[in-house]
Design a protein. Structure first.
Length: 87
């Protein structure tokens, strides 16, 4: 899992049918002090996250496909949780 900060939305006029109902968000990976780490990624949102939220991200295709309940979905990265606090 990756800890990240949502930094933007992706707006698309046309999506694959399997992506219908999911927002696509831009996530900047961060460390435990919420400092940027590495390059940002696109992730499907399953938890209604928004810009500024700290989130947990799965970056593994099989896990993401299990969440979508679709074994052939072309997806790798998903937001699976919103972080309240980091200790």
């Amino acid at each position: 899992m990756i800890l990240g900060k949502v930094i933007g939305n992706v707006v698309s006029t046309i999506k694959l049918p399997v992506y219908q109902g999911y927002k696509i968000l831009i996530v900047q990976p961060v460390n435990n002090k919420e400092e940027p780490q590495g390059e940002s990624v696109l992730a499907l949102d399953t938890v209604q996250a928004g810009v500024g939220d700290t989130v947990l991200v799965i970056d593994e295709g099989n896990s993401s496909r299990l969440i979508m309940n679709n074994s052939t979905a072309p997806v790798r990265t998903m937001i699976v949780g919103i972080v309240d606090t980091i200790n």
